[in-house]
Design a protein around this ligand. Sequence first.
Ligand code: IPM
Ligand code: MG
Length: 367
Amino acid sequence: MTNPSLLILPGDGIGPEVMAEVRKIIDWFGAKRGIVFDVSEDLVGGAAYDLHGTPLHDDTMAKAQAADAVLLGAVGGPKYDVLDFSVKPERGLLRLRKEMDLFSNLRPAQCFDALADFSSLKKDVVAGLDIMIVRELTSGVYFGEPRGIFKEGNERVGINTQRYTESEIARVARSAFELAMRRDKKLCSMEKANVMESGILWREVVTEVGKDYPEVELSHMYADAGAMQLTRWPKQFDVIVTDNLFGDLLSDLAAMLTGSLGMLPSASLGAPMANGRPKALYEPVHGSAPDIAGQGKANPIACILSFAMALRYSFDQGEEAARLEAAIEKVLADGARTADLMGPDGGTPVSTSGMGDAILAALDASI
Ligand code: IPM
Ligand code: MG
């Protein structure tokens, strides 16, 4: 049997630094747990633009389509702000999501005990928080037509279109219900059915799909009220399903509840491939953080947790994913702190690679 393949796209800014730590973890699982991947690396975002004049080369796209899972660092940077919209680094990421048809984006917001003091909210509001936002990722206003900046009379008009088909809503709803079944069996769907037809349809289709999951307690909330409830008492939620744009906003909000954006991973999943694995891309929720790139300050945990999600969702290695997550808990509980985590409790400052090494040591201690 050949080893499963993993395509690594470090990207820009802190992407390559945090990915270097993930590579150590991948090697550890190969050497110590016999979980060996066929790893290849390629360019995305500004790094790809610099070499090829496009943020995602067709060859890289083909490799991503063929890989058992893709792991991405981050894209973008001020250097690329001047580029035409069509070749901006972000377009590389959006092309991957769209062409791989990664419609279901899982964004967990989990508050590590050791970091409960880091949130801008009171500790009892966030301690023990463990919610999952399922964001639709391949449709909605990000991709709807017509779009563009057009001339209308003597002024310009900017147009984007929110568009959802029933099948697009149904498939992401189904993935959220499946996830809810494996968690606390509670799903809240968020839209703006009070002002948007796409929201009305969203609510209807989610309710219809819910009939196949009678055990799951389904609720609906307007997305603005959802944002308010997320800050008021986030622990009322377990799984949230929402569209592309609301999911973008709500997942940033949920991320910050946990204290640091440097902690949160994500999985973007599509339909099953011939081998039964879903098409999948894993990436941290944070961006390329150009202001701290190259200084050893970045927190590699979000990217390492993204690999843990790959172990769980692509490779059926839930126990090994839990081992990696526990190693990270341990390291945080012991006080290791990258710059973004230097908060109220002091702790021991560590560099990006120092954090990676501490996690490796905790993994060693776990076997
Ligand atoms: C995200 C980001 C992206 C998005 C950008 C970089 C295109 O904000 O993954 O949340 O808007 O989807
Ligand atoms: Mg975002």
